[in-house]
Design a protein around this ligand. Structure first.
Ligand code: CDP
Ligand code: CDP
Length: 217
């Protein structure tokens, strides 16, 4: 028995999952967990140790400390790639399942990631799949990282970013364990033409309708 509702937010890279999940949690008074940080921290520590992130990394996942999740350098592009490589390892994923489930136990939670609605909480109270075209997502990540869309090389940088995101999405969707995919009972929000406030409004409308009649968190 959980102390509050569990809301799963999944989707491809830079779709706006984290931005939405954080605001949704705030609006509903629920704790928020960015599960990508778990894989990013494992990837970061593998790189620090001079290891290939494709090599077995379960020892790192099994001993992950809260401090490792608070490192300021987890958003770097090379860490995202390393995260995706360690995330393809079944033993790494297995080591992180309990942490994610425990997080929601007391008060419920909003969690964002790739497999929250499919593997971590298949019985979540409400599931969202947040997506946008690769071009939109590339622009979002480019701007988020301080890129200047009016610079002479912006076109090339956006094309490179799009290719990088596509490659990571393909790896995440193509892996055998907990691949990125839409849960059968998820609500899909296409966000190409929606800003973050509009996505939040739509998600809140759907969440409130779905959670109505359930005990509040
Ligand atoms: O967590 P995920 O990688 O899916 O994306 P994010 O880091 O939450 O969002 C990527 C960027 O897109 C952030 O700078 C957001 O402000 C921006 N954005 C958004 O989240 N939602 C929109 N509908 C439009 C832009
Ligand atoms: O913010 P962005 O969408 O770019 O990435 P993230 O959510 O921080 O996730 C980084 C990587 O961790 C993803 O590309 C996945 O390979 C992995 N991940 C995962 O496998 N399962 C999750 N629940 C969350 C992240």
């Amino acid at each position: 028995v959980r102390g509050g509702p569990v809301i799963a937010v999944d989707g491809p890279a830079a779709a706006g999952k984290g931005t939405l999940a954080r605001r949704l949690a705030e609006a509903l008074g629920l704790p928020y967990l960015d599960t990508g940080l778990l894989y990013r921290a494992v990837g970061r520590l593998a790189l620090d140790a001079g290891r290939d992130p494709a090599d077995p990394a379960q020892d790192i996942a099994q001993t992950l400390s809260p401090e490792a999740l608070r490192r300021p350098d987890l958003r770097a592009p090379e860490v995202a790639v390393a995260a995706s490589k360690v995330a393809a390892q079944p033993l790494v994923r297995a080591a992180l399942v309990e942490t994610q489930r425990r997080f929601a136990r007391e008060r419920g939670a909003v969690l964002d990631g790739r497999d929250i609605g499919t593997v971590i909480f298949p019985d979540a109270d409400f599931k969202l799949f947040i997506t946008a075209s690769p071009a939109t997502r590339a622009l979002r990540r480019f701007l988020q990282m301080g890129g200047d869309a009016t610079a002479p090389d912006a076109r090339q940088k956006l094309a490179d970013m799009e290719e990088t995101l596509r490659a990571r999405d393909a790896a995440d969707a193509g892996r055998e364990t907990a691949p990125l995919c839409i849960a059968d009972d998820a609500c899909v929000i296409e966000t190409d033409t929606l800003d973050a406030a509009a996505v939040l409004a739509e998600a809140l409308r759907l969440a409130r309708a779905r959670l109505a009649g359930q005990p509040a968190g």
